[in-house]
Design a protein around this ligand. Structure first.
Ligand code: GLP
Length: 261
């Protein structure tokens, strides 16, 4: 099962996730990071930027792959994930822009974009550590309920719930694209370490289903149960529906120092 770590707040979660990423970057100058967008990973990226700065970690060779992108937003749109990744990750961390890929959501080339993205991930030798958030519908990346657990990068249709949730980044819900291009669940499962973060009561149900529910395409997050090295970092509110929360706390409190996440 995934290791579940229940923390006080987003800041503590960000520190914990960032320390695992920092360890990876120190061990491998050309590490491959899997990058999530959304609000959830922001405290991780901020904590990581502080560490890179304070500890002088070399990041010029670090490579990265975003999970997903909207289809059809005008190039340079501030809410396109290319822009979000540049603003929230590449610039604050000082990464090399050319080494950070985001799926191409341009309708003109969308027929070949998915295959090209999978090939690029393979050519990089796969993702070392994948940062994940989870949607209220249980989606990881933009793999909405019903997504095949073996799926590869492809175009998907967003649920209305996800469009409503993401409308906060746009002027109105009509501006939220209907389609996206997302790494598949099978793609995500090929990463060597998954770090799934979630905060707040609104995520409690999705987290319970992902960690303790049956493995099912109806709950895309539950695919993490198939992964040999998955870490779930949640605050108290997001952990509030976990049946075995007491055990997760016990295991974490008694974890040997030498064992990282
Ligand atoms: C977004 C992204 C996902 C993200 C999820 C949760 O739409 N495509 O990668 O994990 O939905 O978003 P948030 O972290 O803002 O709650």
């Amino acid at each position: 099962m995934a290791e579940v770590v229940i923390v006080r707040d987003e800041e503590e979660a960000g520190e914990l996730a960032a320390s695992a990423i920092a360890d990876l970057l120190r061990a491998r100058a050309d590490a491959v990071l899997g990058l999530a967008t959304g609000s959830t990973p922001l405290s991780t990226y901020r904590a990581l930027a502080r560490r890179i700065d304070a500890e002088g970690i070399a990041v010029a060779g670090v490579r990265g792959f975003a999970l997903d992108e909207y289809v059809g937003l005008p190039a340079g749109h501030p809410e396109g994930y290319r822009q979000v990744i540049t603003r929230e990750v590449v610039e604050p961390l000082g990464l090399t822009p050319e080494l950070i890929r985001v799926p191409n959501g341009d309708p003109a080339t969308i027929r070949t974009a998915a295959e090209a993205y999978e090939a690029a991930i393979d050519a990089a030798g796969g993702v070392d550590l994948q940062v994940l958030g989870i949607g209220r519908t249980g989606h990881i990346g933009f793999n909405e309920p019903g997504s095949s657990l073996a799926s590869r990068t492809r175009v998907k249709t967003l649920t209305e719930q996800t469009r409503i949730d993401n409308a906060r980044f746009f002027d109105s819900i009509e501006d939220v694209p209907m389609h996206c291009i997302t790494q598949g669940i099978g793609t995500i499962l090929r990463a060597r370490h998954l770090v799934l973060l979630a905060f707040g009561e609104a995520k409690a149900e999705a987290i319970a289903a992902a960690v303790e529910g049956p493995v099912s395409a109806s709950q895309p997050g539950s695919a993490i149960q198939l992964h040999p090295h998955a870490t779930v970092i949640v605050d108290e509110a997001a952990a509030s529906r976990l049946e075995h929360a007491g055990y997760y706390r016990h295991a974490w409190a008694n974890k040997p120092d030498w064992q990282g996440i």
